[in-house]
Design a protein around this ligand. Structure first.
Ligand SMILES: NC(=[NH2+])NCCC[C@H](N)C(=O)O
Ligand SMILES: [Mn+2]
Ligand SMILES: [Mn+2]
Length: 300
């Protein structure tokens, strides 16, 4: 694991329509992320929050079916630059969301330096919609498609134009809510998905060892994009789009511990923590616990 971590907050909530997720970065900082990582002997530098625009009229453009397109694009352009700078210095960019639309900027920033970039998408959702397939018009349901180069060009051209990742270098873990267009895209592109069905059947241990083997064979760098709604809302209630029947706290810790042991993750983001919907900052604390495991924390 790289020894220097850059914390990058992204107070973005315009990729969806429930306010509050813009306070995610402060909730995660308040839950003690910096101390936690320093205790593990990392050099942690908090770069503060990325300027994220406030909404114009928070409206959906009828033609494109995209909500707050210009604002989401602007925030992600800023983020891509900061992530790219951090990565090029040999640091580990640890991005705190904010809604999941910020993965557009993170992946644009990292992919500049890693042309074969692997991605683990730990999420209840596929986030593979486009304006055409989205039921909501919310851009947080689209970042994985955008990173594949599919979607509105104001989004796909962030960083550099064109695809940032390849479909065969993606593994989705924890999926249990996919829209029709997303299912088609998964089949068409051959994206590897461990739905909750596979997690139940195989167990998280096998899911993660297969995921690690699969990516190790293909890529040099792996980005972890962890949406807190991948976890079960009973345990992590502070998210805007909860889906029942999710991954447990224990399964998620195991996943992070196995990633730490495999030493394959070179950038990460933890997104969708919404303190307004949370119970006593529980979801932000879980995020910090998981970061502890991801960065090598052990009981003994
Ligand atoms: N990052 C998320 N929480 N995404 C939820 C997306 C929900 C739904 N599939 C949509 O596109 O609107
Ligand atoms: Mn999700
Ligand atoms: Mn998501």
């Amino acid at each position: 694991m790289k020894k220097h971590i850059s914390i990058i907050g992204v107070p973005m909530d315009l990729g969806q329509n429930r306010r509050g997720v813009d306070m995610g970065p402060s909730a995660i900082r308040y839950a003690g992320v910096i101390d936690r990582l320093e205790r593990l002997k990392y050099k942690v530098e908090d770069l503060g929050d990325i300027p994220s625009p406030t909404p114009g009229r928070n409206q959906k453009d009828d033609e494109s079916n995209l909500r707050n397109l210009n604002e989401v694009a602007e925030g992600n352009i800023n983020l891509a630059k900061t992530v790219s700078d951090s990565f090029s210095k040999g640091h580990f960019p640890l991005v705190l969301g904010g809604d999941h639309s910020i993965a557009i900027g993170t992946l644009a920033g990292v992919s500049k330096h890693a042309d074969q970039l692997g991605v683990i998408w730990y999420d209840a959702h596929g986030d593979l919609n486009t304006g055409e397939t989205s039921p909501s018009g919310n851009i947080h349901g689209m970042p994985l498609a955008v990173s594949l180069g599919i979607g509105h060009e104001k989004l796909t051209q962030i960083g550099e134009s064109g695809p940032k990742i390849r479909p065969e270098n993606i593994v989705i873990v924890g999926a249990r809510s996919l829209d029709e267009g997303e299912k088609e895209l998964i089949k068409e592109k051959g994206i590897k998905v461990y739905t909750m069905h596979e997690v139940d059947r195989l167990g998280m241990s096998q899911v993660m060892s297969e995921t690690i083997d699969y990516l190790k064979e293909r890529v040099q760098h792996v980005h972890l994009s962890l949406d807190l709604d991948g976890l079960d809302p009973e345990e992590a209630p502070g998210v805007g789009t909860p889906v029942v029947g999710g991954l447990s706290y224990r399964e998620s810790h195991l996943a992070m511990e196995m990633l730490a042991e495999a030493d394959i993750i070179t950038s990460a983001e933890f997104v969708e923590v919404n303190p307004i919907l949370d119970e006593k900052n529980k979801t932000a604390s879980i995020a910090v616990d998981l970061m502890g495991s991801l960065f090598g924390e052990k009981l003994l």
